[in-house]
Design a protein around this ligand. Structure first.
Ligand code: AMP
Length: 581
């Protein structure tokens, strides 16, 4: 398979905003590939060489890529750099320059998919002495035989900027349409949700059909998409929705961790599938030591505690454990406990399809007593009055609210889905603001006055899961302290785009566009109808969307959430519905 055929498909996808069209373009390509190539193309379309949870080490420095472009195109490094600054994207620069190469290739070897995979894997695995030079030459070698479009995607992949706009749901649609029936789509999605490995699911489907997909199950070491909760505006409504009886747990305000414990060791994953093992080595070793069986997958919330009295500390404290350097000190200075709330696997048995009460029982007897491993506080609640008391206890203990969990026989662990089997209720709901929103940064406006020379405000978006697009909901300029204003370029600039990304739906035009990647937590006064924002556009009024009034940054960068986990347009609609009730 020639890489140029794949690059031209990426180009067509990038050029369309329509999910249906993307699906049909992808499915046409998928149908022509053998299972192993299909797996690789699925990874590449997401700018990766491995599944999401695998540490991605491909990231080449911008400087090195600049050198490789200069070397192959014959243009000086300063010319390449100038264009890069102007275009804001190495892919576009490589594309432009490869189209007017000064050096014509004497010997050229076709750039196949296999060659690209091998080249990229070699770049990834080069380390030690002279590795920078080797990486640069490996890339230059591929660029040498690349046309403009191939060069664009190679440079985006190696710098971690590949986002053609086809989200995971579109890829699943395309897989179903190439290799199965539309009615099989939920089962293919389930296989993805329990393995988080789209490439492996694609290969399994292409090689073994739907029978093989149905046999895919939870595996220790392969993270599972987390189950999420719906929300309701009052405890009374929570109890009614739960038919008058539920398991109620404290809702801890920390970092969610999915722990995969095996005889070989422990791996901890965030809800964004990042490996957090080195951030919580104390939690990992306690879990291993306290587990009675051989292996298990459990979930819990890591919360900072005050060692003197065991009191839970605010979320800000545990974020010190997310830093990249100086972990040894952070482990000492910011002690944590993990509050376990679910078990998904135990000693060879997938427990995700058991009802919640059974899972809870298995979880409670799975561990020996341990100082920093605690079961989440849970009571069976049978009336709104009991719920009120439990909620007050949760707040008094330093929690942000409660999680009500269904006790019904259908209360399985629904990997990757948000539903009413779990309902959250937080203290925020009691004040006039309904909740916090986790929004994607899709643009920035240059500052004025005191903020001159920096970004002054950001354009924020919710995620419309149905349309797979990011829709604007507010312009955010409040809640930034000086340190955050200074850190904005480092946080955002690598996601800069010369034009509006295809998966962004916006009427406003910021000074700078970004690929949706960085998620910030935002509060606000209320939602109101807005002619300039595109979230829920046309749902409540023609040509009008919903906007957050008086938005304010809470100070939390949600680096535990991926862009597709931003607050969804349908959640925004629900909140607006509750507000106008
Ligand atoms: P939210 O992030 O507001 O959507 O709330 C869901 C999050 O609450 C989960 O992803 C967990 O990180 C966290 N959480 C805290 N306590 C619990 C609990 N007892 N059960 C489930 N999730 C919990």
């Amino acid at each position: 398979m020639l890489y140029s055929d794949i690059a031209s498909v990426f180009d067509r996808i990038e050029g369309t905003g329509s999910r249906l069209e993307m699906t049909s373009i992808l499915s046409e390509l998928f149908g022509t590939l053998d299972p192993a190539s299909l797996r690789n193309v699925v990874y590449l379309s997401q700018g990766k060489l491995h599944p999401d949870f695998f540490p991605q080490k491909l990231g080449m420095s911008d400087k090195l890529v600049l050198k490789a472009i200069s070397m192959t195109s014959g243009f000086s490094e300063s010319t390449v750099e100038e264009m890069w600054v102007k275009e804001g994207d190495p892919g576009t620069v490589a594309e432009m320059l490869m189209g007017m190469k000064k050096q014509t290739a004497l010997f050229s070897e076709p750039l196949t998919l296999d060659r690209v995979m091998k080249g990229l894997l070699s770049i990834e695995s080069s380390d030690g002495k002279d590795s920078q030079e080797r990486k640069m030459k490996l890339l230059a070698n591929m660029l040498h035989d690349s046309g403009p479009t191939e060069a664009r995607y190679l440079c985006r992949i190696v710098t971690g900027r590949m986002r053609v706009g086809a989200g995971s749901m579109t890829i699943l649609d395309a897989l179903a349409s190439s290799y199965a029936d539309k009615s099989d789509r939920p089962e293919i999605e389930r296989a993805f949700n329990v393995t988080c490995d789209m490439g492996a699911v694609a290969e399994t489907l292409a090689a073994g059909g739907m029978d093989a997909v149905r046999n895919v199950s939870v595996k220790v070491g392969s993270p599972i998409k987390v189950m999420l909760a719906e929300r309701l505006p009052s405890l009374g409504e929570v109890m009614t929705k739960m038919d008058g009886r539920c398991g109620m747990e404290f809702k801890y305000d920390g970092i969610r961790v999915q722990a995969h414990i095996s005889e070989a060791g422990v791996r901890l994953y965030s809800r964004r599938l990042e490996d957090l093992t080195s951030n919580f080595p104390d939690v990992a070793s306690s879990l291993r030591a306290a587990l009675k069986g051989k292996e298990a997958i459990v979930e819990g919330e890591c919360v900072s505690v005050d060692l003197r009295d065991g009191r839970m500390l605010p979320f800000q404290e545990v974020t010190h454990r997310r830093r990249k350097h100086g972990m040894e000190n952070a482990v000492k200075d910011y002690p944590v406990k993990i509050f376990l709330f679910d078990i998904l696997h135990t000693d060879g048995r997938d427990t995700t399809l058991l009802p919640y009460p059974e899972r809870r029982e298995i979880l409670s007897s799975a561990f020996r007593d341990s100082e920093n491993i605690v079961m989440s506080n849970m009571n069976v609640i049978s009336s709104p009055e009991e719920a009120d008391i439990f909620f007050a206890d949760a707040l008094a203990a330093g929690c942000e609210g409660i999680m009500a969990k269904s006790l019904s026989p259908e209360s399985v662990y629904r990997a990757g889905s948000r539903g009413f089997l779990w309902i959250k209720y937080k203290k925020d709901y009691r004040s006039d603001l309904i909740d916090t929103y986790d929004l994607a940064v899709i643009g920035a406006f240059y500052g004025m006055g005191k903020r001159k020379g920096r970004y002054g405000a950001l354009l924020m978006a919710a995620y419309d899961q149905e349309m797979q697009s990011y829709t604007t909901i507010c312009k955010l300029g409040t809640g930034f302290d000086d340190a955050f204003l200074d850190s904005m370029p480092e946080l955002l600039d690598r996601h800069k785009k010369a034009e509006r990304p295809a998966n962004v739906d916006s009427k406003m035009v910021p000074d700078v566009w970004f690929d949706p990647y960085v998620i910030l937590e935002v509060t606000g006064a209320e939602l109101s109808l807005s002619p300039i924002h595109t979230t829920a556009s046309g749902v409540f009024k023609e040509d009008t969307g919903l906007g957050i009034r008086f938005p304010r940054f809470t100070g939390k960068v949600r680096d535990d959430k991926g862009p597709e986990e931003a607050t969804s347009a349908s959640e925004v609609m629900d909140i607006y519905g509750m507000q106008t009730k």
